[in-house]
Design a protein around this ligand. Structure first.
Ligand SMILES: [Zn+2]
Ligand SMILES: [Zn+2]
Length: 157
């Protein structure tokens, strides 16, 4: 797939899902790393990360394009085009675009488990993702010794 194919694809998706033509330029950007694509407010052009297409295929590419087109159309219409804007969220849902792109390297974000440490003297509790060397680290408040409690807590990232 080359830039001209991408351009054509975005124009088609724009008409099909937004009923409005895409009148700017689309291109692959090879320097994008952690995002699937981006919409440039200065030029109204859309850039797509080709690595996502290569790694995850057409479905993912269409999802990214719909997401970027939500930014595009709302921005041009002078509506809320940013991620937290209500207009943006509404349009994303309407065209069934993903809120965020799937990261290539970690498709599923694992919940983080915290270990709980407690100061034996003042009972202040500490949450730590990593193991703490209780021989070395002391309570920040009273310098007392820490001990690890058996309970752990999971948080959804
Ligand atoms: Zn976005
Ligand atoms: Zn303490």
């Amino acid at each position: 797939m080359e830039d001209k194919d991408l351009q054509k694809l975005i124009e088609e998706i724009s008409l099909k899902h937004f009923n409005t033509p895409f009148l700017h330029k689309a291109s692959f950007n090879h320097r994008l790393k952690t995002t699937g694509g981006r919409y440039l407010t200065s030029t109204s052009n859309i850039e797509i990360n080709k690595k996502y297409y290569d790694a995850l295929g057409m479905d993912e590419l269409v999802g990214i394009i719909k997401h970027e087109l939500c930014h595009y159309h709302l921005h041009i219409q002078g509506k809320g085009y940013k991620h937290r804007d209500a207009d943006f969220r509404f349009l994303l849902k309407k065209v069934e675009a993903p809120r965020f792109c799937t990261p290539i390297h970690s498709p599923i974000s694992k919940p983080k488990t915290f270990r709980i440490y407690e100061c034996v003297d003042c009972h202040l509790q500490y949450k730590r993702v990593r193991r703490v060397n209780t021989n070395k680290y002391r309570c920040g408040k009273c310098r007392g010794k820490l001990r690890e409690l058996e309970k752990r807590v999971d948080t959804q990232q």
